[in-house]
Design a protein around this ligand. Structure first.
Ligand code: FCB
Length: 315
């Protein structure tokens, strides 16, 4: 392998010196022990764009010294821009095949590019089962094939597939999964929702889910990010809004149906939460649904008449 000026011009992205001056470049690097590609990929200043790669055969070694780690089939790595690249076939493995995509991201991808398990700017995701490995492997290949296709939109389509790959990687990252709700908190929410109009106390709820009131209060806040009474108030106001929108039930009855005996108190809470009184909310939503209601038409008519009159006067 030579690294002269001449090699800087070369057009094979698998060899040193390729410029990567594009928005997307994709490929597969088949490294075999003592083969022509069996060297360390060494880019001390990293690259301008990101690299995502996936091992499909054998093992690779990333970095050296204490930061070194190996990757095996089903491991996906994301190199951030300007992160040093230093990797190759793992010593002891007869080969290392990896698929990769170099890309300059779209602005709105930022959220999918923050990978939680990082070593020196390299994020890691290990796919847990063979079905997923096949799915991602196919995506990598599709990106490459699509990008090489002779369509006018080949690059856009390849970027589109890459976006899918990043979103799927985001979904498959365990840290990004929403933590499932504790079953006792689920039961609490169901119990409250079923008894919205009743005046159940924290003690009643706690008894229902077999927790002490203080343990329940603590766990609820931890999982739901707010206290129980606040959560119930939210549910009550949401239901009240639905009733005001979809029925002609008087406000006092709505108040009772969502658990407030005192209409004045209900209106106060409603206004605090929604910004308008219950009747104001009903009126505003009716007007929004019938923007050309009678009143409005009437004033429009007057406006038109005035315009016509004005024109007449000018003639
Ligand atoms: C190739 C490497 C591959 C990746 C791309 C950008 O030469 O084999 O791992 O770094 O460049």
């Amino acid at each position: 392998m030579f690294h002269s000026e001449e090699s800087k011009q070369q057009l094979n992205p698998l060899l040193p010196g390729y410029s990567f001056n594009l928005y997307l470049v994709a490929g597969t690097t088949p490294i075999i022990e003592n083969g022509p590609l069996d060297f360390t990929i060494d880019r001390p200043h990293g690259m301008k764009g990101y690299i995502i790669n996936m091992t499909v055969r054998g093992e690779g070694r990333i970095f050296d010294g204490t930061d070194a780690f190996d990757c095996k089939p089903g491991d996906i790595l994301l190199f951030s821009p300007d992160t040093p690249h230093y990797y190759g076939r793992a010593p002891g493995s007869p080969d290392w095949y990896h698929r990769w995509v170099y890309f300059r991201p779209r602005g709105y991808w930022a959220n999918w590019l923050k990978w939680p398990n990082q070593t020196r700017g390299v994020g890691r995701l290990r796919l847990p089962d063979p079905t997923l490995v096949t799915e991602f492997d196919e995506l990598f290949q599709q990106i490459d094939r699509t990008h090489r296709g002779a369509r006018r939109t080949s690059e856009e389509l390849a970027i589109n597939l890459l976006e899918r790959l990043l979103i799927r990687a985001f979904e498959e990252t365990p840290e990004n999964l929403p933590t499932p709700l504790d079953p006792r908190i689920q039961a609490t929410c169901q119990f409250i929702a079923k008894n919205l109009a009743e005046d159940v106390s924290l003690d009643d709820i706690a008894r229902h889910v077999c927790l002490s009131p203080s343990r329940l209060a603590h766990l609820f806040r931890e999982q739901m990010g707010m206290n129980i009474l606040r959560w119930r108030e939210d549910q009550r106001i949401t239901l009240a809004k639905q009733l005001l929108l979809s029925t002609r039930t008087p406000v006092s009855t709505v108040a009772g149906k969502v658990g407030y005996d005192d209409q004045l108190y209900f209106s106060r809470v409603f206004r605090k939460r929604v910004g308008v009184s219950p009747s104001g909310f009903r009126k505003a939503s009716e007007e929004a649904r019938h923007p050309y209601g009678e009143l409005h038409l009437h004033s429009q008519g007057e406006h038109i008449q005035a315009m016509v009159a004005g024109e007449d006067a000018r003639r």
